[in-house]
Ligand binder design. Structure first.
Ligand code: CAA
Length: 370
């Protein structure tokens, strides 16, 4: 790893305290449970009670990352950038980062802002932090990057079984957990595949178009990485391939799109998916789509237990649409993976609710929104 490598110095995760099994939702909606479990690949969706929304999730996850970093010798005075990726903004003007800075009492010589590009916002905040460090402008300062979302669709919307919530925090500086390669592979095209007009509580989705856009973005970003080299050899060198996870079946479709684009047999594509992709979604299946946090939850799972030097790839997608493929190299802190404890603690503490509880929770939200 180069002397000037930049990356993740500390990593933390947080899931909110409620969850609903998708089978419960299927019963409520009169759907076949197998459509949600086998058809979409979902298991449980994390949900936020009214007193634990995006600000509380962001503050919790940030405190975890900072405490871990401070225990390792980090110092809060070195934070000079607070970037929050989200599509659960609370205000059209005041950035979510200001709410988080309030909760963390962060103030002073610090750039604090929100980044919006659907599920891609967290990755953009991370890239900005990495490039700020690489530019030299950061000097010895570090960034705190958060990706946090509560993904809710209108009741009975086809997207409802894919709902979820979660937050990821990364201190960006020395690459103790993972180095992030300076070169990445973006792709964007303007599209109305999934969007939320100002003043509306829930997204509008053109389901089939969103699937097509996601698959096209996967293909183009991986073509950028592979160039004129042998795709199987290039991808085979990665320990894991992580994706934005709107729902696990979508990721599988993306991988099979790659297989088709690169001319692989179905068996080879299936083996790649089974060995390098499916295991990264273990935690995503427990929280559902956490929008900006979704990819970084998969990355956290993939990095956990890696030996220093092992590499992973991370594909980010945000509707609208923008996508980017990053590559990361595990640092010395990946093997111990202290962020596993975040997931274990949150899963142990969270309450699985019934379909009646869920109906009441949604009703309380609509009253609050009025
Ligand atoms: N047993 C097993 N499988 C079943 C089944 C059963 N009883 N019934 C249906 N299925 C399967 C279907 O065959 C289908 O699988 P395939 O796609 O492999 O054929 C799967 O279940 C889903 O069925 P439908 O296509 O009929 O589902 P739907 O139309 O009701 O909803 C969706 C699917 C449109 C994707 C919906 O979940 C949605 O709108 N999601 C939100 C949009 C989204 O996530 N898009 C992804 C890309 S955009 C993005 O990435 C941004 C983001 O985070 C939102």
């Amino acid at each position: 790893m180069s002397q000037n490598a930049v990356g993740i110095a500390s990593l933390a995760l947080h899931l909110p305290p409620l969850a609903l099994a998708v089978e419960e939702l299927a019963t409520l909606r009169g759907a076949e449970p197998a459509k949600y479990t086998l058809g979409l690949g979902c298991k449980t969706m994390a949900l936020c009670p009214p007193n634990h929304g995006v600000v509380e999730m962001a503050a919790t996850v940030a405190e975890r990352a900072l405490a871990r970093w401070e225990a390792d010798g980090g110092d809060r005075d070195r934070i000079a950038l607070l970037g929050v990726g989200t599509e659960s903004a609370l205000d059209m003007s005041r950035p979510l980062s200001a709410f988080v800075a309030d909760a963390l009492d962060l103030r002073g010589a610090l750039r604090s802002y929100e980044v919006k590009h659907a599920c891609y916002g967290g990755t953009l905040a991370l890239r900005q932090a990495v490039e700020w460090r690489l530019s030299g402008a950061a000097q010895d300062k570090v960034a705190l990057v958060l990706a946090v979302d509560q993904a809710l669709y209108a009741e009975e919307d086809p997207g409802e079984p894919t709902q979820g919530a979660g937050a990821v925090a990364m201190v960006v500086g020395e690459p103790t957990v993972a180095a992030i390669a300076p070169i990445s592979h973006p792709w964007s095209e303007p599209a109305f595949d999934f969007w939320r007009p100002v003043g509306e509580a829930f997204p509008r989705v053109q389901g089939q178009l969103s699937l097509d856009c996601y698959k096209r973005a996967v293909e183009q970003c991986f073509r950028g990485l592979v160039g004129d080299r042998d795709a199987a050899a290039v991808l085979g060198a990665f320990h894991a391939l992580c994706f934005h996870v709107p729902f696990p079946k979508m990721v599988k479709k993306g991988v099979f799109q790659l297989g088709e684009a690169f001319g692989w047999s179905e068996a080879d594509t299936a083996a790649l998916y089974r060995d390098k992709v499916e295991p990264t979604m273990e935690w995503n299946q427990l929280c559902g789509n956490a929008y900006t946090a979704s990819l970084w939850i998969a990355v956290a799972r993939a990095l956990a237990g890696l030996a220093a030097g092992e590499r992973i790839a991370a594909f980010s997608y945000g509707s609208g649409f923008g996508a980017e493929l990053l590559t990361l190299t595990a640092g010395p802190g990946a093997a111990a993976a202290p962020w596993r404890a975040d997931i274990e603690a949150d899963l142990a503490a969270r309450r699985l609710i019934t379909s009646d509880d869920y109906t009441a929770l949604r009703a309380a939200e609509s009253v609050a929104a009025e």
